[in-house]
Each structure stands twice: as structure tokens, then as C-alpha cells.
Design a protein around this ligand. Structure first.
Ligand code: FAD
Length: 533
């Protein structure tokens, strides 16, 4: 799948009438594609950039009920999220995995009663009884980095985590294997309408920089899953803008610098906002901020501004008293834009609802807001709203699998059970083929990360990679997980992936320049953004 020539093949068949054109290849579009293909529909999904290149690779990586939403009394968001978390833990095994959360209670902000009630409500919603009360001594035993001064007690409860970009790719790949069509670096430039003003397709243009294709593509239904950019399409049918893009940033630290065994809830000392320290993919992340000042999501990619970096470090140091984190400890950073539906009341960003919406405006079905965690509900509601215009008026209320069952078997020689479990979660039925493609030495880990070098070869060969940043920031995310964007490892990376990608020397050099520019601008420890993008 997605081997050399795949894009030309899609372009040569694109001018047909599709049942659905889905615009946006983040989690929302991926969910729509997966579910619609299961209903036997002919679906084309396009993304203007890389799959998951928008918000869906820049989240906190949690599949969660949203403990903090309880504080805002968003009961429905919490209830449906807890239900979806339980479903994903069951169906997307090894890709979505349980994660413990320690919530320290410090005397200066007495949260003990609030946390205590919260964990009970949370478990009742699941329903399962998993939380525990921890004394101060037990908290410090579990998390020696915690500030002991003022620490009173804590709670342990459970949510789940995942790799967001992998979740999207996994859904897309299995949807394509089941008959769907998905192509990255194709922008829906302009919606097409019938004489009576109903949306019936879009003008598509290849943005990969490697091909001049454009086409007018017709579809019975157009679904707008463009996340924070949804308004750009909605305004074309005369709808008033509703998205309030809220930027959230994270910092990544080497695990050895902050070796936390569970996620940790941090209350920021300035404003008591809930934030998290999260062990993820062999590193530790801290985030997130929640800021308004990103007025034009289309203009440039979000990045962590200097003030946010200080804000996040301050939260980390207020909770992890012995860690004394500084800017020099930051391995990388990243930022995303939450597609929040504005209440129009100028609420504090963290008080805006995280609920999703589904609208039908002149036949353009927009589905946005919400969370990664609730993507299935969002996909099904969007499709249900579109059903009357689809052949056979399908009913999307019935349960369908979104993730194929994992292959059975034992780890092959040379791999531990932990490696095998990790790889199955990411590559599922392709795991054997990925391992068989490995050359000598490629079953080794990349440094202290859970990733193997073999993943780079396989992904370069058939992972839909158009640019080096697709490979290093979203498929095998070593550009974010290793210092300096993995520049010290670049010769090794090049030796593995350049022949698989079929890039000559000039293309490699150009891709490396592009990657480094983007890394510095958006992912480095002190990102600056790019002018004129
Ligand atoms: C900092 C942060 C932390 C978060 N943490 C969590 C979390 O831990 N758990 C959770 O469940 N949720 C979390 N969320 C929310 C979650 O990440 C988002 O709700 C979700 O990723 C949105 O997905 P999407 O597919 O709707 O949008 P996106 O992922 O942004 O996808 C939209 C896509 O549309 C494409 N596009 C736009 N315009 C066009 C066009 N004209 N033509 C073609 N393509 C187009 C873009 O390129 C983009 O890839 C977080 C969000 C942020 C910002």
C-alpha cells in the first residue's frame, strides 16, 4: 500500500462521482473514512498537508474522559469520553494503552475533596473501580521527584494514552485496505455547488510540490473535517465563522531527566489550570497551555511561544520540586490548535466547551470540535446527517469495527514481548512484513526509544511519506523524541530511507533543508515560527 506511484494512480481515477469527499485527514476525517468504507461507500479523503499534520499529531496523547472537564461541569463530554476510552482500550489494543495518573494534593490549594469526588464519579462512569488514595509517603515513594514541602496526599486513577498520529494512520491504512481512498498533500481549494447552491464537490490541487495535478471532483456528500480550518470552507457557503482556535503547547524532556512512572496532574501555580506531565514513547512531556492568540490558523503553523515555554517550565518546577527543569533540558516542543466552537461570550479559553458539533449548511456537512477520544461518535453523527443523500440511505447507528483484530502469535527471535506488543499496536497485520523487510542491525532500538530502525525502512517504503518531516515528525517520531531533531543520527537515517524513498542526492538535500527549517521553526526547544509561510 502507498508504494511508489500510488499518488499518480489516485489522480488518474479521481474524476469520478464519489459518494463522499472527506476534506481533512486528521482523526475526524480518518474516522469518517473508516466508518463510511465499512458501509460499502465510495469515499475519497484529502488532506492539504500530511495526514495528521494538523492538530491530530499535536495533542496531549490522552484518550481520556477529561477529568478536568468535571471541574467545568461538562458531564456529557466526560461521560461519552469515558465510554469511548473503554471501547478504544478494548478494540485498539496495544495502540491505546492504560495510563495511571497521580494527582498530588498540596496544602496551598486544597484539592483533596474535589479530587476525591472526581475519581469516584470518573470510575462510576466507566464503570470500574480503579482509583486509590495515596498518603504523602506513598506519593513520594511512587514519585520521588515530587515537591514534598506542602504535599498532603494524592490519588491514583486511570485513563489511557496513545500516539495520536499513529492512531490516524492506523485508521487510514485499514480504511484504504478495505477499499477507501486517501491522499495527503491535496488541498480542497474551492467548493463546487449546483445551480441551486448545494455543495456537490470541490476543486482539488496537489500541494506536494512534486506534481502539478488539479481536478474538479464531484461527490454526493462533502464532509468538512478540516478541524481548526473548518471555517475556511464554511464561509464559502455563506456561513458565519464559529471556530475559536486555541493554541496548546507541550515540552518534551529526556525520560532520564524526569523519570515519572505515571502521568502526573499539575495545577499551575499562577492560575490553577490543570496540566499534565506524561510519560510517552520513551520521553516525558509536559503541557499544555490554552491560549487565544492564534488568529489566523491558515497563515502559519502553531509553535510554542517563549512565554508559554516559561509558563510550562514553571508548572513543572512547582510540582516536581527536585527536578529544577530549565530551558537547557528541553529536547523539543510542539503546539496544536484546538478547534473549539466559540460560545461567543468571550469565556476564558479553558472554560469554552470541548463538545463537538455537526452542521449541515447547504449540503456541506461540517464535523468539528470535540476530541480525539470521541472521534467515533463524531464520525457516526456526521455520516448519519449525510445518510439521506447517500445511496441506500445507510444507517450508521449499528456497531462496526474501526480497528482490525491484531494478529495472534509470539514475538519472533530477537524481539522481546514488550517490543512485539508495541509494534503490533502500530503495524497490526503489517508487522510481519515490516520485520521481514529489516536489514541486519535494524531490529535494534533507536537509542533508548521503543522504536526500531526497521520502522524507518518500512515507513519510507510504503507509509505515504512525501517529505522528510512526514517521516521524522509523524510516522516514526524521532525528530521530536531525540535531541536536535535527530540530526546526529541523520547519516544512519539517510542510509536506510533514501533508497526506499527513491530520492536522488538533490532531492535528499532539499528535503533535509526543508526538514531542518521546519524543525527549528515549530518543534525545536526554542521555536521561532516561519515568516511568510
Ligand atoms: C494541545 C492540544 C492537546 C490536546 N489533547 C488531547 C488529548 O489528549 N486527547 C484528546 O482526545 N484530544 C485532545 N486534543 C483535541 C484533539 O487533538 C483535536 O480535537 C483533534 O485532533 C482534531 O482533529 P481533526 O481531525 O478534527 O482536526 P485536525 O487534526 O486539525 O485535522 C484537520 C485536517 O484538515 C486539513 N485541511 C484543512 N483545510 C483543508 C482543505 N481545504 N483541504 C484539505 N485538507 C484541509 C488539515 O491539513 C488538517 O490535517 C488536544 C488538542 C490540542 C490542541
Amino acid at each position: 500500500m502507498w508504494e511508489i506511484g500510488w499518488r499518480d494512480e489516485i489522480w488518474s481515477n479521481i474524476e469520478q462521482e464519489w459518494d463522499i469527499l472527506a476534506i481533512g485527514g486528521g482523526i475526524t476525517g480518518a474516522g469518517v473514512l473508516r466508518r463510511a468504507v465499512a458501509a460499502g461507500l465510495k469515499v475519497l479523503l484529502v488532506d492539504a498537508g500530511d495526514f495528521a499534520g494538523g492538530t491530530s499529531s499535536r495533542s496531549s496523547k490522552l484518550i481520556h474522559g477529561g477529568f478536568r472537564y468535571l471541574r467545568n461541569k461538562q458531564w456529557d463530554v466526560t461521560r461519552e469520553s469515558v465510554r469511548e476510552r473503554e471501547w478504544l482500550l478494548h478494540e485498539a489494543k496495544n495502540l491505546v494503552t492504560p495510563l495511571g495518573f497521580l494527582m498530588p494534593n498540596f496544602v496551598e490549594v486544597d484539592t483533596r475533596a474535589m479530587f476525591g469526588v472526581g475519581v469516584v464519579i470518573y470510575d462510576l462512569m466507566a464503570p470500574k473501580w480503579q482509583h486509590s488514595y495515596y498518603s504523602k509517603e506513598k506519593m513520594l515513594q511512587s514519585l520521588p521527584q515530587l515537591r514534598s514541602q506542602g504535599l498532603e496526599s494524592g490519588y491514583l486513577y486511570y485513563d489511557a494514552e496513545m500516539d495520536d498520529a499513529h492512531l490516524v494512520h492506523h485508521l487510514l491504512r485499514e480504511a484504504v485496505q478495505a477499499g477507501g481512498t486517501a491522499i495527503n498533500y491535496v488541498r480542497a481549494e474551492k467548493l463546487l455547488c449546483t445551480a441551486d447552491g448545494k455543495v456537490c464537490g470541490a476543486v482539488l490541487r496537489d500541494t506536494s510540490g512534486n506534481s502539478p495535478h488539479t481536478a474538479e471532483v464531484k461527490a454526493k456528500v462533502v464532509i468538512n473535517a478540516a478541524g481548526p480550518w473548518s471555517d475556511d470552507l464554511r464561509v464559502q457557503v455563506g456561513a458565519a465563522p464559529r471556530i475559536r482556535p486555541l493554541r496548546g503547547s507541550h515540552l518534551i524532556f529526556d525520560h532520564s531527566r524526569l523519570p515519572i512512572p505515571h502521568a502526573v496532574t499539575l495545577l499551575h501555580p499562577r492560575d490553577q489550570r490543570a496540566m499534565f506531565g506524561i510519560p510517552w514513547e520513551g520521553v516525558t512531556m509536559i503541557g499544555t497551555s490554552d491560549l487565544d492568540d492564534h488568529p489566523t490558523p491558515g497563515a502559519h503553523e502553531p509553535y510554542a511561544h517563549a512565554g508559554e515555554i516559561d509558563y510550562i517550565l514553571e508548572a513543572g518546577n512547582a510540582t516536581f520540586g527536585t527536578a529544577a527543569l530549565t530551558r537547557a533540558d528541553i529536547v523539543s516542543s510542539f503546539a496544536g490548535l484546538r478547534p473549539i466552537i466559540s460560545s461567543g461570550e468571550g469565556l476564558d479559553p479553558s472554560k469554552e466547551s470541548r463538545a463537538h458539533v455537526v452542521w449541515n449548511e447547504e449540503g456541506l456537512i461540517t464535523v468539528t470540535g470535540g476530541k480525539l477520544t470521541t472521534f467515533r461518535i463524531m464520525a457516526e453523527q456526521a455520516l448519519q446527517l449525510a445518510a439521506a443523500a447517500l445511496p441506500g440511505h445507510p444507517d450508521f447507528a449499528g456497531r462496526e469495527r474501526y480497528f482490525n483484530p491484531l494478529p495472534q502469535g509470539n514475538p519472533p527471535a530477537g524481539l522481546t514481548l514488550k517490543d512485539w506488543t508495541y509494534l503490533l499496536g502500530r503495524y497490526s497485520s503489517e508487522t510481519d512484513a515490516m520485520l521481514a523487510a529489516a536489514q541486519p542491525g535494524e531490529l535494534e532500538h533507536i537509542g533508548a526509544l521503543p522504536n526500531l530502525w526497521a520502522e524507518l525502512r518500512w515507513t519510507a517504503r510504503c507509509g505515504g511519506v512525501q517529505h522528510l518531516d512526514d517521516l521524522l515528525l509523524r510516522r516514526v517520531r524521532i525528530g521530536m523524541l531525540l535531541p536536535q531533531g535527530a540530526l546526529p543520527q541523520m547519516d544512519h537515517i539517510r542510509a536506510i530511507v533514501q533508497p526506499e524513498l527513491g530520492w536522488d542526492e538533490a532531492r535528499w538535500d532539499a528535503e533535509l533543508v526543508r526538514y531542518q527549517k521546519r524543525y527549528r521553526a515549530y518543534y525545536s526547544p526554542a521555536p521561532t515560527g516561519l515568516e511568510n509561510e
